[in-house]
Design a protein around this ligand. Structure first.
Ligand code: KG4
Ligand code: ZN
Length: 352
């Protein structure tokens, strides 16, 4: 079984080919980060146009890399949500056109499902397992019980965690995307010089909130003497920020692990996915936490944690095996919760 995957929901244009033996036959990702950098964040119109400019070429390159033609495909999968509508339309329309012309099934994949199922491609993880999904657009704790079967334990009520890193970096004049820059500064800083809050810590449940932390960081910057924070101030503030995020994540995950074990007493795996999983300090916290609770931590390789089309092709394979293909009338969904039964998070800036 060979599936082409297409990802265009945010600021990466990507195409990949994966087979049913868990082999990645092609993996092409084009980042638009340079086009968005002057604006300090993602501009939806620029993203949509860039997807349109590049998707056909990337698909062709992916097939060449996989050394196959369209006729060898068993299905075409595209991210159909959640995400920016302009980009979703580009990817979904491309996939539907290929599926129609070559008479193969079209698979509408939820981007979060792509992230959540990647650990099955890379590490053959069995259901059920717990996933912490942390990226620029998402911040969720999910129990993955099967393909299409997710229980959301918690989500952010305002910013996603990567978004919080990006905003912190912007306030400190560090550039975009901010996560890696904050991490680099934090490594040089003293996390104890500034005291920042740990929003949600100690509360029941598994939801996240980062707006209070962001505001506290802004206040700390404003109270510094002089016009600009010094290099030492920046490093210490980054260290304090990263330590606060780490404490919050550890606290929320502890509650999630308890709930996971209440539902599935023999569940033994915690998966971390999304771009923020690149953060070494955070990974360290999660590894320690998993060990304390007798879980193994699975972190897919970084290029499969950040946005990519391999995860979409793989989710397509998982769905195709179960006959879960979609009709050509499937419309992209800017908002698309993985767990429709989860209570909506109050005040949510959530996209899913
Ligand atoms: O998964 P991803 O590539 O794209 C989506 O948002 O879906 O994640 C990108 C996010 C950005 O917000 C970026 O700042 C953050 O992941 N990130 C990090 C690190 N590397 C990337 N955040 C903290 N520490 C890092 N080392
Ligand atoms: Zn993502």
């Amino acid at each position: 079984m060979i599936v082409l995957g297409i990802e265009t929901s945010c600021d990466e244009t990507a195409a990949a080919v994966v087979d049913g033996e868990r082999r990645i036959l092609a993996d092409r990702v084009l980042s638009q980060v340079d086009e968005h950098r002057p604006f300090g964040g993602i501009v939806p119109e620029i993203a949509a146009r860039a997807h349109l400019d590049h998707i056909d070429r990337l698909v062709a390159e992916a097939l060449t890399e996989a050394n196959i033609g369209f006729s060898q495909l068993d299905g075409v999968a595209a991210t159909a949500g959640p995400g920016l509508i302009g980009g979703l339309m580009v990817g979904v329309t491309t996939a539907k056109a290929i599926a129609t012309v070559h008479d193969v099934p079209f698979l509408a994949v939820n981007h979060l499902e792509g992230h959540a199922l990647t650990a099955r491609l890379t590490d053959d993880v069995a259901f059920p397992y717990l996933v912490l999904l942390v990226s620029g657009g998402h911040c969720q704790l999910l129990v993955v019980e099967g393909v299409g079967n997710y229980r959301r334990l918690g989500t952010t009520v305002d910013d996603a965690i990567g978004e919080a890193f990006d905003k912190a970096a912007k306030m400190l004049g560090l550039g975009f995307p901010g996560g890696p820059l904050v991490e680099k500064e934090a490594a040089k800083g003293n996390p104890e010089r500034f005291t920042l809050p740990r929003p949600m810590k100690g509360r029941p449940g598994c939801d996240f909130s980062f707006s209070g932390l962001k505001t506290a960081l802004r206040r700390a910057i404003e109270t510094l003497p002089g016009d600009e924070p010094s290099a030492r101030d920046v490093a210490d503030l980054c260290a304090a920020f990263q330590a606060a995020v780490g404490d919050v994540v550890a606290d929320r995950c502890t509650n999630a692990i308890k709930t996971f074990h209440d539902i599935h007493p023999s569940g033994d795996t915690l998966v971390v996915a999304g771009g923020v999983a690149a953060n070494t300090a955070l990974r360290g916290r999660l590894a320690a936490l998993a060990q304390d609770h007798g879980l193994r931590l699975v972190a897919p390789p970084m290029h499969l944690c950040t946005d990519n089309a391999v995860m979409i092709a793989w989710a397509g394979i998982e769905r195709l095996r179960l006959g879960l293909n979609d009709g050509l009338d499937f419309r992209p969904r800017p908002r698309w919760p993985l767990d429709p039964d989860a209570a909506p998070a109050v005040g949510a800036g959530v996209k899913a």
